[in-house]
Ligand binder design. Sequence first.
Ligand SMILES: NC(=O)c1ccc[n+]([C@@H]2O[C@H](COP(=O)([O-])OP(=O)(O)OC[C@H]3O[C@@H](n4cnc5c(N)ncnc54)[C@H](O)[C@@H]3O)[C@@H](O)[C@H]2O)c1
Length: 256
Amino acid sequence: MNNFSQQTAIITGAGTGIGFAIAKALVQQGANVLLNDYDEALAHKAAFAIQQEGERTGQCEACFGDASDVQFIQFMVDTAVNRFGSVDIAIANAGITIFGDIFTTTPESFQKIVDLNLRGSFFLAQMAARQMRAQQRGGSVLFMSSVVGHQAHPGLPVYSMTKAGLEMLAKQLVIDFSPLGITVNAIAPGATLTERTLDDPTYIPIWSRITPMGRPATVEDITNAALFLIAPASRHITGQSLVVDGGWTSISPPPV
Ligand SMILES: NC(=O)c1ccc[n+]([C@@H]2O[C@H](COP(=O)([O-])OP(=O)(O)OC[C@H]3O[C@@H](n4cnc5c(N)ncnc54)[C@H](O)[C@@H]3O)[C@@H](O)[C@H]2O)c1
């Protein structure tokens, strides 16, 4: 499949987990991907692994740096243009989770979460869309939200606030982006198996029990939703948030 040939994507926080899976799938389907992570070794390792894939028709290049740093975000856009000639897809995937309730949250941890989850996503959308506007052929922006942007979860007051904010931002940007042919959407994953979540040995049994579909999501489940929303065929879908959670947020705890 070459659904994304001639397109260039920037994906933040893609050295591992969901972002890496999306990057791999996009390169397999013909896109050129600038793969960001703030872990230099991981960014290079991830891009190298994708380049080794036999099936791919696109290219992948590492770009290491902090996705919450506004100057670095502009550097990513410039690098994508210099290296591949355009920016057509921007995926603000990098996000940080720090657990703590309202009473234990410090101004420093609050700032760190907001800086990456909101500021990094906001300015990636802005700077990528400026480039798309100059190219005059539309594009797509995708935010990585979470089910906790819809449903409260213990210990995540700041994280959940930022994810709800991203979904509102997707609606808001419809006003500025639609006249330019740029779509902007969000994905809200539920519990998803990644290197990070697999660190917790109770993760699979607990989420398999409480998820109606009987298991947590795989990174491929989230990737399939992401590719659907950014595909050229979805050019009339914008301002939306797609929940991918195996049904978890559709139900409330039964009275047992
Ligand atoms: N995994 C889940 O269960 C889950 C559920 C809902 C939402 N999400 C969201 O999906 C996105 C990806 O989550 P994940 O679990 O796949 O990723 P993750 O937390 O495992 O991190 C992926 C990569 O992001 C990089 N990163 C962290 N801070 C960065 C920064 N400032 N700049 C650049 N890179 C940075 C890390 O080095 C890591 O390689 C996040 O926004 C997360 O909030 C994940």
